[in-house]
Design a protein around this ligand. Structure first.
Ligand SMILES: [Zn+2]
Length: 61
């Protein structure tokens, strides 16, 4: 079973050590997540500055 990690910069959830979106470092220490299905219409995505669909951590340490 793979461990899900979250990017420290853009909060995207991934299994990689480096973020596939922004190339930033990822962390195992994160809490909660939101799934953005339509970032164009999502209020949360707009507030978090998310410009792609996907799964994003709410808090990353
Ligand atoms: Zn990132």
């Amino acid at each position: 079973m793979k461990i899900e990690r979250a990017c420290k910069k853009c909060s995207v959830i991934t299994e990689e050590d480096k973020c596939p979106l922004c190339g930033g470092d990822t962390s195992k220490e994160w809490q909660g997540y939101v799934v953005i299905l339509d970032h164009m219409k999502s209020e949360i995505a707009r507030r978090m500055g998310i410009h792609v669909n996907g799964k994003f951590a709410l808090r990353v340490r």
